[in-house]
Ligand binder design. Sequence first.
Ligand code: ARG
Length: 310
Amino acid sequence: MPTYASKDELDFDLSQLPCLPAFDHVEMAAPDFFDVQYAINPHMLDASGALQRIDRKLAQQQWNSVREAIESAGVTVTVEPALADHPDFVFCANPWLPIPAEVTGEGPHCVPSRMASDERAGEVARWCESLADRGWKVAPLTGTAKCLEGTGDGLWHPRRQLLWAGIGSRTERGAWEELAERYGLHVVLLELQDPALYHLDTCLAPLDERTCLWSPSAFTSAGAALIEQLFEDAIAVSEPEAHESFVCNAFAPDAGGAARPVVLQKGAQRVVRELSERGFSPIEVETDEFLKAGGSVFCMKMAHPVRVDQ
Ligand code: ARG
């Protein structure tokens, strides 16, 4: 299947693409060892250039509130025990990419990430073991792409077999080309150009089949045109909303019902209003301790459609 890097290349309508089920199961990783011990993105340093300092007790409370918000939306949360010496393990959206059974034609696949930094490389094996124990097939990349960071850069379009794919400091284009080919998947390529919005999930949040939040300045004009073409309602956020509140790191849990919850960092009043006007139910949570590491709600969880008892 070809990848799509510009609007002119699109040769399909979203409505023609095969469906995906609700991603009503969520993994989270316990935050016991969460900390900032190195800087691999600009958020991890304070204004004086020193590593951010984390209040571990507050971080645990904030993590609990994210979990409660997601559970209140009706999806199941499974918690992976913490991994010592891996202070970013809590950002479990990054070490692997789920490929649902509807796409593989067999069971669900886990594509292990090739993390861009040595500091996070050790997180991947833990997830592969845990998922293999639960019946997932681990299906590594075989090509030469140096990096791929899971659903930091690969976002499933809600309910459709389409992958939004970020290309930048964390994921190489070749990784997406290999996956498009392997799974016969429509993959839309978006180049990222703002170092502070270093993963696609920091500048694009698909909320439902027709709606997303996005930060236009993070994308090239080709990327912006693709987003505006494929989402009927692309809600633009300002640079401060994206940089300071990480609003594009929002998560819309899909429990399959009529409720339309969106869990997001507290304080983006304008965005909250825009969401409410459209019939979404914003749930604001405080993730300030995690913002200091460059992450918020979306990357503190991994959503997929597979029940644990399967
Ligand atoms: N410190 C982590 C890193 O830079 C934060 C990851 C946040 N994840 C995300 N998808 N935005 O890798």
